[in-house]
Design a protein around this ligand. Structure first.
Ligand code: BGC
Length: 254
């Protein structure tokens, strides 16, 4: 693997699985990432094969910390209890053990939104921010990360709060925008309801909005009407990979 990288990050999403070596001094990819579409049948076996393929593509040396951002609550050593946007056969799987066994190395798994939030606090839009930061990812689902004075409170799953009688991510994720062909303004109205609810419950200092659509923030931020400052993710959609690599590196130091 390229010398400027200290860790390798992989982000598993509903539509793509992406990986890159990460330069943790700079907080960016050491070389371009590779994206492989998520298989139609996103079973543990099929996804684990792609993870191994990504590690082989970059010749990741044994001993390099490898972090994987995954779209479900993750408790080390405990099986997956709930999955919204990948194959349901993930429930009951010991994910650390599966990936480690398949790839022949120790990997560390972290929730995808938590990874993105960590990256934004460490290297991006929330760097140096005191108090509570809520980072959200808008994609196939809605992911959330709560970070208080730089410390992550993991597995918050606030994309599944109820909004307008529905699971909030069904109502207002980026996938819901495409599915319902919502205008930016209409979608902004739905996002306003969602972020107002988070504001009401948590009184954060800052919202960071990530996910693929964050690169189009100029199209919809103007329609989100909340009192809390709201900024696009500085690392855009790279935050999951960078945060996963950062997480693995920090864990392997213990
Ligand atoms: C999952 C979360 C995940 C989010 C974003 C939700 O459906 O339950 O764990 O962080 O999607 O991928």
């Amino acid at each position: 693997m390229i010398a400027s990288a200290q860790a390798f990050g992989i982000d598993i999403g509903g539509s793509g699985i992406k990986g890159a070596p990460v330069d943790l001094n700079a907080g960016k990819f050491a070389i371009d990432r590779t994206r492989i579409p998520t298989p139609e049948q996103s079973t543990p076996e099929a996804v684990a094969d792609i993870v191994t393929q990504l590690l082989d593509t970059y010749d990741v040396e044994p001993g390099t910390p490898v972090g994987i951002a995954f779209p479900a609550p993750i408790r080390p050593g405990k099986p997956i209890g709930f999955i919204a946007n990948l194959d349901k056969s993930w429930v009951g799987v010991d994910i650390d053990a599966l990936f480690s066994e398949k790839s022949g190395r120790t990997v560390r798994v972290v929730n995808d939104a938590d990874a993105a939030g960590l990256a934004e606090v460490q290297f991006g839009a929330a760097k140096g921010q005191n108090g509570l930061v809520i980072a959200t990812t808008l994609g196939t689902g809605i992911g959330t990360a709560l970070i208080m004075n730089g410390v992550l409170i993991p597995n918050t799953e606030l994309g599944h709060l109820e909004l307008e009688g529905k699971d909030a991510e069904r109502y207002t994720s980026d996938a819901a925008r495409s599915r319902k062909e919502l205008s930016w303004e209409k979608w902004g109205g739905r996002l306003t309801k969602y972020y107002k609810m988070l504001e009401y419950y948590f009184s954060p200092e800052l919202f960071v909005i990530g996910g693929g659509v964050s690169k189009k923030s100029e199209k919809f931020f103007k329609y989100i009407d909340v009192a809390t400052p709201i900024v696009p993710a500085a690392l855009l959609n790279d935050a999951g990979i960078i945060g996963a690599a950062y997480f693995a590196h920090s864990q392997s130091a213990h």
